[in-house]
Design a protein around this ligand. Structure first.
Ligand code: SAM
Length: 217
């Protein structure tokens, strides 16, 4: 199966996994959980790997007004709603000026990178470059935990998948991103070491199958 067919199958499953509104609510809760209430609403913020923009909507709902987003997929970007400035581009070479942002956020993008650690290093160093001194880097990514193991096991059950549409969509997404997803989940120490070597850690926690990481430049 070609990479393009995989991407197409992943995007279709991603769109039926949860609605735009459900995903926006989920992202809003996650941002609250890691302390977004205390972050300046004036912060110039970019959401990397912004996809269809539900993370951007969550930021808008929390009162952040100077927000932009970047993603490789034009098809997903075209589904975005709201006022954020959008760019189609590669997060490994960001088209923003150095020290131009107070905040860079990734929600579920880093684990899509094809090469680990090379692409992670490129992306983190680009995020650092565009951040102002003391700027904030936020990442929420899948992380191996008992909760994630259970979700994987349930979503592999064929009978359950027939009635549990969300579990079925999750299983199709995993099938089509298996290589990068599994490589990511198998390298927690390497990933934390890379994050901590680029940013000064402010917050780091695993909760319900996700790593919540906040660092400062
Ligand atoms: C799970 S989605 C992220 C969801 C997104 N945060 C949202 O709010 O809807 C992962 C995204 O990563 C994008 N992507 C993968 N590799 C990329 C790269 N090198 N640069 C930019 N975007 C990339 C995909 O197009 C996809 O939209």
């Amino acid at each position: 199966v070609s990479a393009a067919a995989n991407d197409q199958a992943w995007e279709t499953a991603y769109l039926r996994f949860e609605s735009f509104e459900e995903e926006t609510r989920k992202f809003r809760e996650r941002l609250r959980r890691i302390g977004a209430a205390g972050w300046s609403r004036e912060s110039r913020t970019v959401e990397l790997f912004c996809g269809r923009g539900s993370g951007l909507s969550a930021l808008g709902q929390l009162g952040f007004s100077r927000v932009s987003g970047i993603d490789l997929s034009l098809a997903l970007l075209l589904r975005s709603r709201g006022a954020a400035n959008l760019l189609a581009g590669d997060c490994r070479t960001l088209p923003y000026a150095s020290e131009s942002h107070e905040m860079a956020i990734v929600q579920g993008g880093l684990h899509h990178l094809a090469r680990l650690p090379q692409d992670l290093d490129l992306t983190l160093s680009e995020a650092r470059r565009i951040l102002k001194p003391d700027g904030r880097f936020v990442a929420v990514e899948p992380w191996m935990s008992p909760f994630l193991r259970l979700a994987h096991a349930l979503s592999q059950n064929r009978l359950l998948r027939r009635v549990w549409k969300k579990g079925d969509a999750l299983a199709v997404m995993i099938e089509n991103e298996r290589e990068t997803y599994e490589r990511w989940l198998a390298a927690p120490e390497l990933i934390l070491e890379r994050l901590r070597s680029v940013f000064r850690q402010e917050f780091c926690r695993v909760f319900l199958g996700k790593l919540y990481y906040v660092g400062r430049r």
